[in-house]
Ligand binder design. Structure first.
Ligand SMILES: Nc1ncnc2c1ncn2[C@@H]1O[C@H](COP(=O)(O)OP(=O)(O)OP(=O)(O)O)[C@@H](O)[C@H]1O
Length: 759
């Protein structure tokens, strides 16, 4: 059995009081050590700046590199102030280091003895993995409850006899999951659960899919896994970069503090809409358009659209080259096209072959017409033809250098072209693709632009690339030497690779940081890609992600019961088949840390009523508040009623956040109108001015934007209308599972099937 003892409050037993005093004293020594290291590092930074401030270019270079390292180390030492140490492991006597303290980073005392183990280190693994059923060498796991630098309580589990796996550190966990929300996700290092830890520490090789219902910690796990992989494979990953793909900018802001709090700052975080450099796909579009654009049939459509721009004229082309008449017959153009296509190069590169073939034909007839020796005059004649305006124009009309934007815009603008190149789409599907402003790019356009970039290739090779590469190699070699010196100086392990350091102190700046270079380079190959809400990716989006990660080292987290994109996944097997066939492994998360059981039961009933087979996760707590339904009258006064419910909840809430979740953006009960109405009824600053604002206590958002977020109180308006959206049952499931404490449902229409139990 695993026994839990401990307290955070008054009236504690003498044993607990003395345990708290003991841990308090120990933690004080850890903070003292931290202070010493901070002071030492600050001194070393000042020293480097002073002693190497003058002199040659080389010594300034060296100073900047060392300064960068000390600054990194200092900011890491400052980032661990909060909850520096949160646990203790007591192992069987005779084990190496039988008492281990676990915390945010590893610390050694002045004699070099390890006094704190980094949560990511193998020596900390048992803190998360040991259970009563499989205690490994653990006798006791102790969670330290802290306030500032003081220990205020302990929560002990004594692992003495067999029992099934259970959640660990109950008091600490419950305190974490019931705490009021701030609008920003926090880290969970102190209370990572065994099933989550297995995912976090899983091998980085291959494709790992993490399926879990709402609130199972998928996002938290994805972020902690990212920190773990960077810690474990720093050299490789710092160089190649890690990409974290999230569903929306607001979601990325919601999670943006987690990795820095774990000491990691170099991860590239983006939405799919930003993955094609130079374009941000923020436009809205109807679900029907997104569905077609996400379909794999677009691969052939785009291929045909490019082929359509490789043209053979219907009639012979005639040129007058300085008095010499030339004829270019369609069959000669067709032959040049065939040759160019056979090169299997992208359109812009194959154009070189096409132009060369045509010029060969023309130059032969030019030489013949003028009666000159082709072999002797060839270069001059070719130059003459190349510079001839008509020749250039006609060759361009047959095979133009193209950009992805140009081809896609042309396709959307021209129904005739669409009909020609997309006979496999229905007329309705082609109509869905047509649009008046073809360059108002949407998220679903981004994978298509990327696909086209593959088909087209770059318009011209960027000049100077070779020179930049050579410069960079030199900088990296130098950075490697600086790192060796730094490690020898004994301040700690550098957090960066030579490449990263070269980026950081490079003052002439052609390279930028890994993150900047990766974000700007469509062909960047990331060392690992993490996709959150991965169920939302369409088949075309998967092709793009695959191109960004040729090593296929990926972590994909999501829930196929929450898919709202009409082109998104219905099952992992179906979504991943075209990407990696069946070469992926699955881990499941089964415990819901967010939604209390009283609310989660309603959400599960909605899924069941919609015939969606899913295993909703088991809530970790029952909760204190039953969900409440409030009937609206369906008259002109409903918006005022909604406002009144929000106002009343706001008045009685000391801390935490409220979300008013709507079915739509527009209309009386749409998010825009309700945001204005609620803002007028609440004190200034209480209501977020846009869906992207996470700091105000009250947010008014449509269900789409609520994805991945959570709130203490959710007020949901008109669930029946949510249900009518494409994949509406999934959206309703998402909306119902955003609450950490209370759910209020306001409805004029009858409550949807599955929600009848709400009183
Ligand atoms: N081990 C844990 N200890 C403390 N809190 C946890 C733990 N695991 C998850 N949580 C908390 O539970 C909440 C839900 O986590 P998270 O957002 O990662 O879930 P999710 O599976 O991504 O949910 P959804 O699919 O609904 O977006 C967060 O507040 C997170 O901090």
């Amino acid at each position: 059995m695993s026994q839990s003892t401990g307290s955070t409050g008054s009236g504690v037993s003498p044993d607990v009081a003395s345990a708290v005093a003991l841990e308090d004293a120990h933690v004080a020594t850890l903070y003292a050590r931290l202070d010493v290291l901070r002071a030492q590092t600050a001194d070393q930074l000042a020293e480097v700046r002073r002693t190497l401030a003058t002199g040659t270019h080389q010594s300034r270079f060296e100073r900047d590199a060392f300064a960068t390292l000390y600054e990194d180390r200092l900011s890491q030492l400052w980032s661990v102030e909060n909850r520096l140490c949160f646990g203790r492991l007591d192992l069987q006597p005779g084990t190496e280091d039988p008492r281990r303290y676990v915390g945010r980073l590893g610390l050694a005392d002045e004699r070099g003895n390890q006094v704190l183990v980094d949560w990511r280190a193998p020596a900390a693994q048992d803190f998360y993995q040991a259970t009563a059923a499989a205690p490994r060498d653990v006798v006791r796991r102790r969670h330290l409850l802290t306030s500032g630098r003081r220990v205020t309580g302990v929560d002990d589990e004594v692992l003495v006899a067999a029992e099934g796996e259970r959640t660990t550190g109950d008091a600490a966990l419950l305190a974490a999951v019931t705490a009021p929300r701030t609008g920003r996700m926090g880290d969970i290092v102190a209370t990572i659960q065994a099933e989550q830890d297995r995912v976090i520490r899983a091998s980085e090789r291959g494709v790992l899919v993490v399926q879990g219902g709402p609130g199972t910690g998928k996002t938290a796990v994805a972020l902690h896994r990212t920190a773990f992989l960077l810690y474990t494979h720093r050299d490789r990953l710092a160089r190649s970069g890690v990409l974290l793909l999230g569903p929306s900018p607001v979601f990325l802001r919601y999670v943006e503090q987690v990795l820095p709090a774990l000491g990691e700052t170099g991860v590239v975080t983006m939405t799919l809409a930003e993955l094609f450099p130079g374009v941000v796909g923020r436009g809205d579009e109807p679900p029907a358009a997104a569905r077609v654009k996400g379909s794999l049939r677009m691969v052939d459509v785009l291929d045909a659209a490019v082929a359509d721009r490789q043209r053979v004229p219907a009639r012979p082309l005639r040129f007058d080259v300085d008095g010499t008449r030339l004829l270019l017959r369609p069959d000669a153009v067709a032959a040049a096209r065939t040759r160019a296509r056979r090169s299997r190069k992208p359109h812009n590169a194959a154009r070189v072959t096409f132009v060369r073939e045509l010029l060969n034909t023309l130059v032969t007839s030019l030489a013949r017409s003028r009666g000159v020796d082709l072999n002797e005059e060839r270069d001059d004649l070719v130059t003459e033809l190349r510079e001839h305006v008509d020749v250039r124009r006609e060759i361009n009309l047959c095979w133009m250098p193209l950009t992805p934007q140009k081809v896609l815009a042309g396709l959307y603008r021209d129904p005739g072209l669409l009909e020609r190149v997309a006979p496999q789409l229905s007329a309705a599907e082609r109509a869905a693709l047509h649009r008046e402003d073809p360059t108002a790019w949407t998220e679903a356009d981004v994978p298509l632009l990327d696909e086209l970039a593959e088909l087209l290739g770059p318009v011209e090779e960027s000049a100077g690339r070779a020179r930049r590469d050579a410069d960079r190699e030199e900088q990296v070699a130098y950075a490697r030497k600086v790192l060796e010196d730094f490690e020898a100086s004994g301040v700690g392990n550098p957090l960066v690779s030579p490449e990263l350091l070269a980026d950081r102190f490079s003052t002439d700046g052609p390279t930028g940081t890994v993150a900047e270079r990766a974000a700007a380079d469509r062909t960047w190959a990331y060392g690992h890609v993490v996709v959150d809400e991965a169920q939302e990716l369409s088949a075309m989006a998967w092709r793009l992600v695959e191109r960004r990660c040729p090593s296929r080292s990926m972590t994909l987290v999501g829930d196929v019961a929450q898919t709202s994109n009409p082109a998104g996944a219905r099952s992992w097997a179906q979504a991943l088949k075209p990407v990696v066939d069946d070469r992926w492994r699955l881990e499941e998360l089964t415990v819901n840390y967010r939604t209390p059981a009283r609310i989660a039961r309603v959400a599960a009933d909605v899924l069941r009523a919609a015939g969606i087979s899913a295993n909703p996760p088991t809530p970790v707590r029952e909760g204190e508040h039953d969900p409440v339904a409030v009937a609206l009258a369906g008259d002109g006064g409903d918006a005022a009623r909604v406002v009144e419910v929000v106002r009343a909840r706001f008045a009685s809430l000391d801390e935490g956040r409220i979300a008013l979740i709507t079915a739509e953006v527009r209309g009386d009960l749409g998010s825009d109108a309700l945001r204005a109405a609620v803002a007028a009824a609440l004190p200034p600053g209480a209501v977020a001015t846009s869906p992207d604002d996470l700091d105000a206590p009250v947010s008014v958002i449509d269900v789409q934007r609520a994805k991945g977020l959570e709130f203490d109180v959710v007020v949901l308006v008109e669930p029946g209308a949510v249900l009518r959206r494409p994949r509406g049952a999934n959206d309703l499931y998402v909306a119902l599972t955003r609450a950490t404490q209370e759910l209020h449902v306001l409805h004029a229409e009858p409550l949807p099937a599955g929600m009848a139990s709400i009183g």
